[in-house]
Design a protein around this ligand. Structure first.
Ligand SMILES: [Zn+2]
Length: 292
């Protein structure tokens, strides 16, 4: 696919996006532990090291991270009813709210516990324990339906999730607004970057790295008021040239779709699958078992 001029991209709107993402096939875990605020210590002991301070965890080797890379990660897009003009492909990545509810119920009935994205990355990187049958739910592109339709279902189940909006669409009609991003963030969801305008990261060069990789992270941090350190590759695509740019931009981990996890950079090539709405409970659970 040739690259798309920004103006054309905006004009094409959702239809292009639907075409774009075609490649592929937390309870409850609380957000990663941060040390509790230290209780006010007597002034005389202020120089003493805090006995509650824990040593920094040791990152695993790439082989260790790869060995832990067995947690299923699901990738959804628009959460809405089908429209008459939705083509066959659009219908594979558009999830009606009732189908999302059914798939979430299947996860619950199957004993799965959705975890937060930071909890998953902590597990991969440091070996931090996760509950039995962990799964990560992610939502790409930045559709407004993530706030209006997905969030209510997530909250109904008490599930955490991660959202990866393109920054070019923010505050545009039918796309997430800054207020909605902050609403998702405040609800315990994780926000990560998904490029500026959905360029394939195995095909960009020069100034595009700053535009597509560095700047979206900064933009989202400004919207949210805190750092953002996760990325999902547009179209799920990446190559070996992509990874150093992603690492240099300060991302802690990055999510792809269908390629094999890179043995040297497993944190930057976390695999996901895109469950079509036609997968019933048995199909979804079977794929979680077979694909991860
Ligand atoms: Zn996308």
């Amino acid at each position: 696919m040739t690259s798309v001029r920004r103006r054309d991209f905006l004009a094409a709107g959702g239809a292009l996006l639907l075409a774009g993402c075609s490649r592929s096939g937390s309870d409850q875990v609380a957000t990663p532990t941060t040390s509790a605020p230290s209780t006010s210590a007597p002034e005389t002991s202020s120089a003493a090291p805090s006995p509650t301070e824990e040593p920094a965890p040791t990152p695993g080797t790439p082989a260790e991270v790869l060995a832990r890379s067995t947690v299923p990660v699901l990738c959804f897009h628009q959460i809405r009813e089908f429209r008459a003009d939705d083509g066959a492909y659009a219908r594979t990545i558009t999830t009606p709210p009732s189908a999302l509810t059914a798939q979430f119920q299947a996860l619950r009935d199957g004993g799965y516990t959705p975890v937060t994205a930071p909890a998953l990355v902590d597990h991969l990187q440091f070996g931090t324990p996760l509950p039995d049958r962990p799964v990560l739910l992610t939502f790409d592109d930045g559709s407004a339906t993530h706030a209006t339709a997905a969030l209510p279902v997530l909250q109904q189940f008490g599930f955490p999730a991660a959202f990866f909006p393109m920054t070019v669409v923010l505050d545009k009609p039918d796309w997430l607004s800054g207020d909605q991003l902050r609403e998702l963030d405040a609800a315990g969801m994780t926000i990560g970057a998904h490029s500026w305008d959905h360029q394939r990261m195995d095909r960009i060069s020069g100034d595009q790295w700053a535009e597509q990789v560095d700047q979206p992270r900064q933009t989202l941090a400004e919207v949210l008021g805190h750092p953002v350190d996760l990325l999902a590759y547009p179209h799920g695509t990446w190559d070996q040239e992509t990874l150093p740019h992603v690492a240099a931009a300060g991302y802690r981990a990055a999510f792809q779709l269908a390629d094999a996890t890179d043995p040297a950079q497993p944190l930057l090539t976390i695999r996901r699958i895109m469950p079509p709405p036609t997968w019933d409970a048995a199909a979804l659970l079977a794929r979680l078992e077979s694909d991860f």
